[in-house]
Design a protein. Structure first.
Ligand code: HXC
Length: 260
């Protein structure tokens, strides 16, 4: 596509990984409206592309994203942001069914941290820094920071971050549960790509079901989440790939999934 703020390609041994790089270096990948529109188009196209099974979202070595674009927000008034439902299009990516892995090097601040948290898995380079600095601008997080951060790191640390804007390191983010793995910064993209390739070897039917079911853990009461899980587990018995997976195990061979 003809994107101005992102670079989009397919990677992996079978081009099965959709790869998106935030590419607005002059503003440390701050997330202007145009960038978000482009990101949503790229995600939607990968979601619809039958050859793609997982997506990696990354930035540069200096910044994953330094937040929403402060210069673009500065002149906005209450009636503009309320009237246009500013930030609403950020939630479009929550409808993407394929797993999205955020590979975070450098700054993930404000909307950048929130964008990473809207992904399904976060890997961080060892020099990554996470923060919700909105309070220093006289505002608060607007794309999930006050909601997803407490679920990820607990109330005390989330409250401290939202009230001070202080950054946490990759190591702290890992021990708090915000990121699932920290690797040397120069190995981050390879690690995220390897993860995406390993996921891509699974049946897309099971990938969709697993993502949908884990996400229900954040939305539904336990009994409803467990019920959805049970139904999706049962439904997997209607797929060709579930039958193949269990046959392959009994026959001591590798499963060949066909996403059916
Ligand atoms: C617009 C930004 C920006 C941002 C950096 N830049 N962050 N422009 N919006 N969020 C621009 C700078 O103005 C500068 O451009 C260029 O990027 C390089 O940044 P520097 O500040 O010169 O770099 P450095 O000294 O290395 O400091 C890096 C930094 C700092 C610590 C990340 O840039 C910073 O504090 N940025 C703001 C972080 C922030 O407050 N994020 C939250 C935003 S609010 P020029 O042309 O001036 O040299 C938010 C709300 C979300 O995200 C709500 C819902 C989505």
């Amino acid at each position: 596509g003809s994107y101005k703020n992102i670079l989009v390609e397919k990677k992996g041994d079978k081009s099965q990984v959709g790869f998106v790089r935030l590419n607005r270096p002059k503003a440390l990948n701050s997330l202007c409206d145009d960038l978000l529109r482009e990101l949503n188009v790229a995600f939607r196209e990968f979601d619809a592309d039958p050859s793609v099974k997982a997506i990696v979202l990354t930035g540069s070595s200096k910044a994953f994203a330094a937040g929403a674009d402060i210069k673009e927000m500065q002149p906005k008034t209450y009636s503009t942001v309320f009237g246009t439902n500013f930030i609403n299009d950020w939630t479009e990516m929550l409808r993407i069914r394929k797993p999205i892995i955020a590979a975070v090097n450098g700054y993930a601040l404000g909307g950048g941290c929130e964008l990473a948290m809207m992904c399904d898995i976060i890997y961080a380079g060892d020099s990554a820094k996470f923060a919700q600095p909105e309070i220093r601008l006289g505002t608060i997080p607007g794309a999930g920071g006050t909601q997803r951060l407490p679920r990820a790191v607990g109330k005390s640390k989330a409250m401290e971050m939202c009230l001070t804007g202080d950054m946490i390191t990759a190591k702290e983010a890992e021990s708090a549960g915000l990121v699932s793995k920290v690797v040397p910064a120069d190995k981050l993209e390879a690690a995220a790509l390897d993860l995406a390739e390993r996921i891509s070897r699974m049946s897309l039917m099971a990938i969709y079901a697993a993502k949908e079911s884990v996400n229900a853990a954040y939305e539904a009461p336990l009994s409803q989440g467990l019920l959805l899980e049970r139904r999706l587990f049962h439904a997997s018995f209607g797929t060709r790939d579930r039958s193949e997976g269990m046959s392959a195990f009994t026959e001591k061979r590798a499963a060949e999934f066909k996403d059916e």
